[in-house]
Design a protein around this ligand. Sequence first.
Ligand code: CA
Length: 358
Amino acid sequence: MKITNVQATVLKTMSIFVQVYTDEGVVGIGECSPMNSAVIANFVNTALKPLVIGENPLEIDKLWNKMTFRTYKLGVQGIQQEAIAGIDIALWDILGKVAGLPIHTLLGGCYRDKVMMYASIGGGADMTVIQMVNRVENYLNQGFKAIKIRMDWGAMRQDFDVKKDYEMFKAVKELIGDDIPLSFDANNGYSVSTAISQGRRFEQLGIYHYEEPVAQYDYAGIAKVADALDVPVSAGEHEYTRWQFRDLIEQAKVDIIQPDVVKCGGISEMVKIAVLGSVYNKHFVPHQTQPTIGTAANLHICCAMPNANRPQEFTGRNPQLDDLFIEPLIFDDGYIHVPQKPGLGLEIDEEKMKAFAL
Ligand code: CA
């Protein structure tokens, strides 16, 4: 079996879908992180495609190493692994289709056939407290049983409006009560001392996890926050590969690791990161904001990890993207049903995707 073509397509949502074609007619699908979409799609179509054409698509780890170390000078963080992720996920899809098995079976077995998802609600920096409360209420009405609010402070960090963040968390907590887990994502927006004092106040109200409290590159600072607080501190969406997660675990001492399958090098690398996390007894709660292929790939891994028992990230359904699939993922009463068909268990409607391409 040989790879005959690779195509990354940027869609109107800026999502990047990747298709890997073979000489036996099996086509695998994958996805890359959508930030800087044109650059990443170009990386797939120009730098990676020539490396995998003619190769056996079933030799996934061998191809991951070839793609990684033949493009090493183009950067081992960011774009390089985000591009590789798209092809790697598609190769796992091909392997599953050839074997006639869902990816989670290839990874060792499915511990849960549906996964509780938490609503990941961003944009807190630009919202009033009332606006955020209204948005949370909307997600509760969709059936979500766990919530995270994200501040998305961006360039305004750090410690821009700590009081409002607290008022927002408190108001959401009052709305949802104690039975629905509420997490807070500072999006790297606090100094160490503020992260600790704010974290203590959140703990008094009841907080489920505390995400990226300080700058992602400040491992020593993250460790101080994790040491000072009882709440599980999380990070990892800015990390790529097992080697960075080794440092995040050993130096930043996070309680929860959050690799992203469409960023960190795909399924092959994320499984290694999950196993590494299990060595250190860490919770596994991946970052994931792509609601179709990315979420499916993520859930195949999560359901195959015995310790991934916390609710997983979901930004909510996107009807425009769901419409591109013959059978979209099923979100029902706060849970997504893990696909059981071979490979990822998702099939793209080619005509619809072409019409939705940028
Ligand atoms: Ca986050």
